[in-house]
Design a protein. Sequence first.
Length: 272
Amino acid sequence: MDGSSVGPLSGKGCLLSRDGWNPEAYSRFAEERRRPFADLLALVAPIPGGRAVDLGCGTGDRTRELHEAVGAKETVGIDSSPAMLAKAEAHAGGGLRFEQGDLGRFAADEAFDLVFSNAALHWCPDHGALLERLTRAVKPGGQLAFQVPDNFDHPSHRSAMEAASQEPFRTALGGSVHPRHVLAPEAYASILDRLGYTEQTVRLQIYGIRLDSRKGIVQWVEGSLLSEYRSRLPAALYAEFVKRYREILFRKVPDEKPYFFTYRRILARAKR
């Protein structure tokens, strides 16, 4: 794949203010995070000799798996995080390469056989406009597939919003909290139909993991949700934020050992 495959940026961006991603924290629950990816990949039809793009490729191991599973000749993984992309380079080669970019402003000079995104689009605003823009990067007969977290009502997320509303974090964050961009599954189905996809699968799935204790919830969100707060707070203040978050969270969840943590995911695959 040459450099002309990915065109100029457009639309609303969804970059963090600085790179708040911690590859080690993200990889701590690698197998559990892989489960929704594997289920989404199972929905995708092979594209032997075709071209694919993975938006929000992270550390690149899943992009390599995607590249090989669908039989693509060329695949590009795009991510905003230099830290993640540094890890991803180990998986490059054989038609797979990686680029830094804001997936919320992604546009393509040439359409792809598969536009894929695993656990990344929830960072981007206005999903109606976003999916319309991504559809312009899908060839006729091509596929769009994405998976987004939908755990915003879980105490793990509500506790972060509560902590962010308290001082000194409220002032440091400018009064904002983690935004909720994810739509209802029915809304995605309607958008995909309106965009002209001839077949689609949209489903809500509940996953679960047995953690040693509720302390594991903090480790889980440090690899995902809390990345935004890490990106926007000075290191010392972020450490205080995590401490406050833990105090609030532990008032909301039982002190059980093991602790069964549930996480919701919306999976969607559609063909033009």
